[in-house]
Write a protein that binds this ligand. Sequence first.
Ligand SMILES: [Zn+2]
Length: 348
Amino acid sequence: MSSTIIIKNATVVSVDDVLGTIPNCDVLVEDGLIKAVGPGLGYPPAATVLDGTNAIVSPGFIDTHRHTWQTQLKTIGADYVLSDYILNLRQIYGASYSVHDAYLGNFCGALDSIDNGITYLIDHSHIANSPDHADAAIRGLQDARIRATFCYAMYANPHWSGSCMEKEREEATPDWRLEDVRRVATQFFATSQPDDLLRLGFALSEPDMTPIDRLVHEIDFARSIGCKVITGHFNFGKWDPGNFIVRQFAQRGILGPDLLFSHGNTMADDELDAIAKHGCGISSTPDTEFQMGMSHPHSRLEIGAVPKSQMKRASNVPMDDVKATRDYMVDTINVINQRRKVNRAKLS
Ligand SMILES: [Zn+2]
């Protein structure tokens, strides 16, 4: 059955160079698609009319880096630096997550995203404590009906007595996640069309803890099974051990637009140039990066290496993309101001 919705008299921030920002504007939606934008639009009598007076209507945010499973741990790491986060969130809480915890985190996190204006998210999902955990995380996104790319992460939480990890599986088949991505690709993402709500992506083993040949193998594998986004954590400011992994990727000719580098605060100039040249993305997470001592969010607008979005982990900062965007802009202005040479004589 067809359905028509019209939003009347809103301020439409179109983020379109031609349309611009339009006051007292209507938006006509038919069968889930925007059909017209403009003042005084006509509509059928059966349409649902929403009063947009004093409201802003804009495209949804795109969240390019979220560990959605962490939703129920929201703000628990408000005073963490990176090492606290790795110890507590990844190695203790993560390893303690049951299958149902993984489902709830992703289901509630996806609803939380929608509530904050995020209509598409990339879920960097390092909560595959078992194949059932991976399935539960996927079902959480499916049930919330959010548009997302589920990036199956290769990271293995440690197994310890009382954890939700299976010691035998981790020790006997440490590569089981790689084969499990192939399983979920068949089971959940067989069609993988551009208009599917949920698509399959891949999150690399932690790059600074992984041999380069293994990372290259993972990228080749992810591409071979049709993963749409391949992401990972890179170059965390003072935590960066100086492996220049992006440079090594460039030398091996594997950079491409499907690669999304999260953070990248201390990437070398040649790495940023390579990212821009090959159309890769950088996902900047300003508030997390400030808090955890990862240095400045990257402000390399001049080379076109524009962050594809700004987001953060769920555990230590609020779910507010507008705040994250403001943080990024303020930091960019700060970096530019620091580069300027101030003529003190003229100021006095
Ligand atoms: Zn992350």
